[in-house]
Design a protein around this ligand. Structure first.
Ligand code: 0A1
Ligand code: ZN
Length: 889
């Protein structure tokens, strides 16, 4: 049977709704398979449209609903109903009261969109189009209504009943039932609706806003897990204070609730006043959570909280504008984490993530603009491009404006569009309005509408005798699906000229000739295909350029005219710590690529002695154990990831050689400078306090970065060292990471350590996810099959599935891309099965295939076969078919 490709929805076809719904009165009776949802809508014709005949069609969205009872102004009617719509005629002369009622079975909703049951708790997920799976509605973000929601349930089954807004007192009903009414005074789109009902433990606190309003804060977790939510509560209070201070944003309800659930398709959801979280991003204790887990909890709590303004108070007109809320909110959460942790490390981590996830997306078959102009399934656009590249664009705008102007522009944006559903153009117009004397406003919209990563080539030439230097820039972007022709974008390059002492030279505008762009402060804005800076009157001595400081634009840049010794100099001396990290990374990347190509040709790997020296100097110099910048040193000696290396190689890839290039580099580093590495480690005594404070975490990151290199040595004493580090682990970070290293080097100590972990944590699913993940990342398809039979595995829980199948497909280059096609085949089988149950999850897992055309020919044949098998499944979901089709096009 031939599958039909779902029709595309196009931005150009946007039409305002014919009717508006101002208020929703809703009653949900939570009663297992007989759950009832009833809603009354206060509907009026959209006054901004001309309604000719006195009546029009109200077409409500619906999805997977049974029969719907509809009444208009009290009278029952027979609507036209198909799988996706409920339609009927309404007066356009006056408002109408529309009542709808349906019966639902939340337990059978395995797609986790709409109203579903997770571990016995009723919960909802309505973004992007889940509300229509509860009741028929104008389920689009430009229909904003206030909501009054009454929840009824048996007191014994659902002592906790939550929805958006502020609560009225709970009321006892007959027969052990009770009810509560929540009222949300802030008009909101339906995707921000939420309800929760069940047995949950509560962690309480409070926050007083700057204007003196007391907000009751609660985090609800599954029974017995409250202790693990204390960090999350601290994080919540911290980010509420930060948003007041940094962006002047205050909270606007009497209560703020967070609920942690164990079945959730993504990270968390910003429903108004009732954030619902994947419990992975709430629950933490030092014995079960890693340093990264803690930081991610901080970041995600902040992200969802910040949406209260960037997303909820000012929302999106349509789903094409998704990055209006997501890119902006990621930028805000990045700024927050930079302030509370370490700004440079945060920038390095974010840039590494961008390179690892967004660059491959932008360079492959799933490439799309940050604001796409069409989509088949919106769920597939919650991507690194919309989120992370979207945040990079906001970062460019913020740094173009500078802190004061940007803050004024954000204030303007929030006050102008409060309570409205708007477009990116509106955001940009607020930014532009505060640009003051900065000159012509750059075409930042181009960054949102054009897909693909710009390649920027820079050529550096200096004449020391003449005291002149020349920087020539050119930019181009390769075609992406549906966008063959690309235009130049405004690319801000923050730069400095660095003298022999490592100091930045003061650049006087009188001594620079600028072409193809503008120089404003330390930013050169390249806004043409080609541009240049000609410097004169430079002081004597060697001068070198430091470019794209703090990664000032999300581009792939190559610099000609700087040799290895120049880059080593800059790595050691550049005063911009991000750039000095980036110089070393570019040297590692070149060395790894060289090794890769030699491996494919069977040639000797060569010598990277000078680079090893630099690495040791930067990463391990004196007093390392008392150094305050241990996290910086760890980042400095960490190699580009295998995926990043594969991306830079680009085509005809043999993943085994990619991995071997990295392994051999660490092995040779240890052969060359192993004594220094071991000595440095010995100074730490390998005792880990397990303390979660940032300084302790920084020390762990450095120890682990060193151990990562050492673990590639074949000498058996490395097993002892890793064994000692494992035994000395005071918390989960050292424990899981050293265990992963033992596993990676197939150490005889690994099995025993895995067993001990299993014995201790087998009934703690979130912690076991780590145990599954490290094995998935270091095993084969057979390993996965064996692990699927483990007592702690659950094929129906998204976190479990991601920890096993997701970790394998995205964290195990040679396993997923195995030469015999076994990785592809197993993944395709599992994705196919999963699709019937949870299409969003299946589609997300399938996107791991996106690099398939960069592999060697034999692997491509296997990958194509796997994808075609999926594509020909008779009942393939829209979600999965959209992803697979785009990958095969
Ligand atoms: N808006 C949320 C992300 C999110 C989107 C869709 C979901 O279900 C399909 C769930 C969460 C955020 O940015 O955090
Ligand atoms: Zn978000």
């Amino acid at each position: 049977m031939k599958n039909e490709t779902p029709p595309s929805i196009r931005l150009a076809d946007y039409k305002p709704p014919a009717f508006l719904i101002d208020h929703v009165d809703m009653t949900v009776r939570l009663d297992g398979p007989c759950t009832q949802a009833k809603a009354t809508y206060h509907v009026r014709p959209n006054p901004s449209l001309v309604h000719a005949n006195g009546h029009g069609q109200l077409v409500l969205d619906a999805d997977a609903l049974g029969p719907v009872d509809v009444r208009v102004n009290g009278a029952q009617i027979e609507p036209q109903q198909d799988r996706k719509h409920v339609a009927f005629t309404l007066s356009t002369r006056e408002g109408s009261k529309v009542e709808v009622a349906t019966t639902l079975d939340p337990a059978s909703n395995t797609a986790l969109s709409g109203l579903y049951l997770t571990n016995g708790v009723y919960c909802t997920q309505c973004e992007a189009e889940g509300f229509r799976r509860i009741v028929p509605f104008l389920d689009r973000p430009d229909v904003l209504a206030t909501y009054t929601v009454t929840l009824e349930a048996q007191q014994a089954a659902c002592p906790v009943l939550l929805s958006n807004g502020n609560p009225s007192p709970i009321e006892a009903l007959d027969d052990g039932w009770h009810s509560i009414t929540w009222h949300d005074p802030h008009p909101k789109p339906s995707y921000l609706f939420a309800l929760v009902g069940g047995h949950l433990d509560q962690v309480r606190d409070s926050f007083t806003t700057r204007d003196g309003r007391e907000v009751a804060l609660s985090i609800y977790v599954e029974p017995g897990k409250a202790e693990r939510a204390t960090f999350a509560m601290q994080a919540l209070k911290r980010c509420m204070a930060w948003d007041e201070e940094r962006f002047g944003r205050l909270y606007d309800l009497d209560v703020f609730n967070i609920v942690a659930v164990s079945d959730f398709n993504l990270g968390a959801m910003e429903n108004k006043g009732l954030n619902i979280f994947n419990d992975k991003y709430i629950l933490a204790s030092p014995t079960t959570a890693t340093d990264e887990d803690y930081q991610r909890i901080d970041a995600i709590i902040a992200h969802e909280y910040f949406h209260n303004w960037s997303g909820n108070r000012v929302t999106c007109r349509d789903w094409f504008q998704l990055c209006l809320k997501e890119g902006l909110t990621v930028f805000r959460d990045q700024e927050y984490t930079s302030d509370i942790y370490d700004r440079t490390i945060k920038r390095i981590t974010d840039v590494r993530d961008l390179w690892a996830h967004q660059f491959p997306e932008d360079g492959g078959p799933l490439a799309h603009a940050v604001r796409p102009d069409s989509y088949r399934e919106i769920n597939n656009f919650y991507t690194a491009t919309v989120y992370e590249k979207g945040a990079e664009i906001v970062r460019m705008i913020a740094s173009w404006l500078g802190p004061q102007r940007f803050r004024a522009a954000m204030d303007r944006y929030f006050s102008t569009y409060d309570g409205q559903a708007v477009r990116l153009e509106d955001f940009l117009s607020a930014m532009k309005a505060e640009a003051g004397d900065l000159g012509a406003w750059p075409d930042f919209l181009g960054w949102y509408t054009q897909a693909g990563t710009p390649q920027v080539s820079v050529d550096w030439q200096a004449d020391t005798h003449a005291g002149t230097a020349h920087l020539a820039f050119s930019q181009s972007t390769s075609p992406t699906p549906g966008q063959p022709d690309k235009k130049p974008l405004p690319v801000p390059c923050r730069l400095a000229l660095v003298d022999e002492a490592g100091d930045d030279l003061a650049i006087s505008p009188d001594h620079v000739v600028v072409q193809g762009g503008r120089l404003v402060g330390d930013q050169f804005l390249l806004d043409s295909a080609h541009g240049s800076l000609q410097f004169t009157d430079l002081p004597s001595g060697t001068v070198r350029p430091s470019l794209f400081r703090d990664y000032s634009a999300p581009v792939n840049h190559m610099v000609e005219g700087l040799d290895d010794s120049d880059r080593l100099f800059l790595a050691a001396k550049d005063s911009n710590t991000f750039s000095s990290w980036a110089h070393l990374q570019s040297l590692y990347s070149d060395a790894l690529q060289r090794r890769y190509h030699r491996l494919t040709l069977g040639e000797p790997l060569g010598d990277d002695h000078a680079l090893f020296e630099a690495m040791i100097a930067a990463g391990l110099c004196c007093e390392i154990d008392h150094d305050t910048d241990q996290a910086g040193r760890a980042a400095t000696i960490t190699l580009p990831s295998a995926h990043d290396l594969a991306r830079t190689i680009g085509r005809n890839i043999d993943p085994l050689h990619v991995e071997e290039a990295r392994i051999s580099f660490s092995r040779d580093l240890c052969a060359d400078r192993g004594t220094s590495v071991v000595e440095a480690l010995e100074r730490f005594e390998l005792e880990d306090s397990g303390d979660i404070a940032p300084e302790a975490a920084a020390k762990r990151s450095l120890v682990l970065a060193l151990l990562q290199h050492l673990s590639r040595c074949e000498t058996p004493d490395v097993d002892d060292l890793l064994g000692r580090a494992l035994r000395g682990a005071g918390g989960m970070t050292m424990r899981i990471k050293t265990l992963a290293l033992l596993l990676q080097r197939r150490s005889p100590l690994a099995d025993q350590a895995l067993e001990a972990f299993d014995a201790e944590f087998h009934d703690d699913p979130l912690t076991m996810d780590k145990w599954f993940a490290i094995q998935a990342m270091n095993g084969t398809a057979d390993t996965l099959v064996a692990l699927e039979g483990h007592r702690s595995y659950d094929r129906e829980n998204p976190n479990r599935v991601r920890s096993l199948l997701g970790a394998f497909a995205t964290g195990n280059l040679s396993g997923f891309h195995a030469a015999d096609g076994s990785g592809y085949q197993l993944m395709a089988e599992r994705i196919g099965t999963l699709d019937g149950r949870n299409p969003q999850l299946a589609a997300r897992l399938a996107s791991a295939f996106r690099t398939w055309r960069t592999m060697d020919a034999a692997r491509q044949t296997f990958a194509q076969a796997a994808l075609e098998t999926l594509q020909s499944m008779p009942n393939i979901s829209t979600d999965l078919s959209d992803i697979v089709t785009r990958m095969l096009e």
